[in-house]
Design a protein around this ligand. Structure first.
Ligand code: ARG
Length: 586
């Protein structure tokens, strides 16, 4: 179904046309003065200029017509020419009934379904997952759900960092520790020999150590570069070891992402793009785009309108190894070949914007994708600690995702301990959900590109814009419905509006489609967070003002139970779009 402002715009446009004005003037928006009206149209101002009339006169003419329309109970013209609109309660009820009937629960469906590759997560093999990857996963998962809910096809790709220097570092360190392992021998035979199984825990410890060593020991660093180069050039023992590193690391990642409620359709990595590197180099060379620079090959991507200097993108280093941009370009070839997507979007830290600008320009210049394919860099800000600096653990290290999940789960357990509802059996699962809701909502409520402060105490608060408050609101509705013996989903329609707080709640529900559209257009889940919060607040007010369970009038009671069942459905839908799972009770 259409968003309500769209439906109202059609009505008001018709009125403009009837009054002899251009119908495009009838755009309706939600009112920013709810004390005056619910919706407004400011088209009379443009009309005044076009038709050389006073805006008030035009507005009055249009309002005259609108006063005859049954959708509105009140149409007022405010000086100097605003048309203020208030819906008739019956019309408002029809709108909410339509939402309840709609299989998409009021989410407007796109007229142009697109195939979108969403590149998010982006963890690196062998390196512990860090906070930046957490943001990418949380935001990416939500965007995927939002796009799908609108009817787009989304292919979520984790794009593992599995082919870079970090692998060379890990190989080097393992070789120092276990020089006798057969995989280090140049005559290792992958057909008859196998590699020792590795543990993710060891890898998580090996990488930081190796990285530290390489910074102070040039020999060690050289070995790591050499190992990376030999791996990328197919040395059998290194390849076999790399496969084992990949296996152990991915298994560990999968379990962590699962706890976070984040999934991917593809678990491809930089290494999967490697076989497209020769083709990439061929295309770049054929199009005469390659320039030699200090032994490396680069592509110039500067454009005349650039205000800041735009460095060329390096596609092959002087030692002939591939780097980050090479794999990203090769991945574009792979994605085009496998999926022929309409759009490729990347959910990555803001600090990588330059890299992506270079990659996008190079890909377009080289024609790796058709000109109409859309690239987008969906950057996000940094998650900071209380000191305003990038979030670190107490000992100053990088917070591992695993530890982060453990921390929030423990925080949630402390919250739940106070609850008398929770059974032993579902305790752990509930604590996980509450914990994950707290960090996801705490992240998504912020505008994507902005930095924010990670503050678990705040995220766990039962008041304010928190995941905890929203889960709690759902559990309150659960218990009211249960006490009343009413169904979970709305079955009987709402036939009457009895109180103001009820009308406010209905209006919030009716606005859902508009909010969704804004979140979709701006690729910004924070609008949905805000709306979920507003809906929860409106519910609280309604519940506070009206005694539902004790209501003696059966019809009134039925109406109210229907209303809160719909609120519950919509809240759960919003949480789902954010990637948050509700809990039964708290
Ligand atoms: N692995 C990268 C990092 O840790 C992020 C990958 C983002 N996606 C991409 N296609 N480059 O910074």
């Amino acid at each position: 179904m259409k968003a309500i402002t769209q439906t109202l715009s059609e009505i008001v446009s018709q009125a403009f046309a009837t009054a002899g004005y251009d119908s495009s003037l009838g755009a309706v928006t939600a009112s920013d003065r709810l004390d005056l009206c619910q919706f407004q149209c400011n088209g009379a101002f443009s009309a005044a200029k076009l038709y050389h009339k006073a805006p008030f006169v035009v507005a009055e003419e249009v309002a005259q017509i609108l006063r005859e329309v049954r959708a509105f109970s009140k149409v007022e013209v405010a000086k100097p020419g605003f048309i203020n609109l208030t819906l008739d309660d019956r019309y408002l009820l029809e709108q909410t009934a339509a939402i309840a009937r709609d299989p998409h629960l009021g989410i407007p469906q796109t007229q142009n379904p697109a195939k979108i590759i969403l590149d998010y997560g982006g963890p690196n093999i062998a390196k512990p997952l860090h906070i930046g990857h957490l943001r990418s996963a949380i935001i990416g998962e939500s965007l995927k759900r939002i796009l799908r809910a609108a009817g787009h096809t989304v292919i979520g790709d984790i794009h593992l960092g599995d082919w870079g220097l970090q692998i060379g570092l890990v190989i080097t360190e393992l070789q120092e520790r276990y020089p006798h392992w057969r995989c280090f021998s140049p005559d290792f035979d992958p057909d008859t020999e196998s590699v020792q199984p590795l543990e993710a825990a060891e890898l998580n410890e090996v990488y930081p150590l190796a990285s530290k060593k390489s910074k102070t020991d040039p020999d060690y660093a050289q070995k790591a570069h050499q190992a990376t180069y030999e791996l990328q050039n197919g040395r059998p023992g290194y390849l076999a070891l790399w496969r084992e590193i990949l296996r152990a690391s991915v298994a560990d990642m999968k379990s962590n992402y699962e706890k976070l409620g984040v999934t991917f359709d593809l678990w491809y990595g930089e290494s999967d793009a490697d076989r497209y590197v020769p083709q990439l180099m061929e295309i770049l060379s054929e199009k005469n785009l390659l320039i030699e620079s200090d032994g490396a090959l680069v592509v110039d991507v500067a454009e005349p309108q650039d205000k800041a200097p735009m460095p060329p993108v390096i596609v092959r280093k002087s030692d002939h190894s591939s780097i980050y941009a090479t794999t990203d370009l090769a991945t574009i070839i792979q994605r085009e070949k496998d999926f022929h997507p309409d759009k490729i979007w990347y959910v990555v830290d803001n600090r990588q914007e330059l890299h992506f600008t270079q990659v996008f320009r190079c890909a377009k210049k080289a024609g790796l994708i058709p000109p109409e394919t859309e690239f987008a860099f969906l950057g996000f800000g940094t998650m900071n600690g209380a000191d305003g600096k990038p979030y670190k653990t107490r000992d100053g290290g990088i917070m591992k995702l695993e530890d982060m999940i453990a921390t929030v789960t423990k925080g949630a357990q402390e919250k739940l301990e106070a609850s008398s509802f929770v059974n032993e059996s579902d305790y752990d699962e509930m604590a996980r959900r509450v914990g994950v809701a707290a960090i996801k909502f705490g992240d998504l409520i912020n505008q994507r590109a902005k930095d924010y402060i990670f503050d678990l105490n705040k995220f766990f608060s039962f008041e304010g814009k928190t995941g905890t408050y929203l889960l709690y609101t759902v559990t309150r509705i659960n218990s009211i419905l249960k006490k009343a013996g009413a169904p979970r989903e709305q079955t009987a329609p709402i036939s009457h509006v009895y109180t103001d707080s009820e009308r406010d709640l209905l209006l919030k529900l009716a606005m859902g489609g508009d909010v969704f559209q804004k979140a979709l257009e701006e690729k910004a889940p924070n609008y949905l967070c805000e709306h979920a919060y507003q809906l929860a607040i409106a519910f609280s007010k309604f519940y506070h003002d009206n005694r539902i369970i004790d209501e003696p009038d059966p019809e009134k009671k039925q109406n109210w139970l229907s209303l809160i069942a719909l609120v519950r459905q919509v809240l759960c839908q919003l949480l789902d779009l954010l990637g948050i799972e509700p809990v039964e009770h708290m």
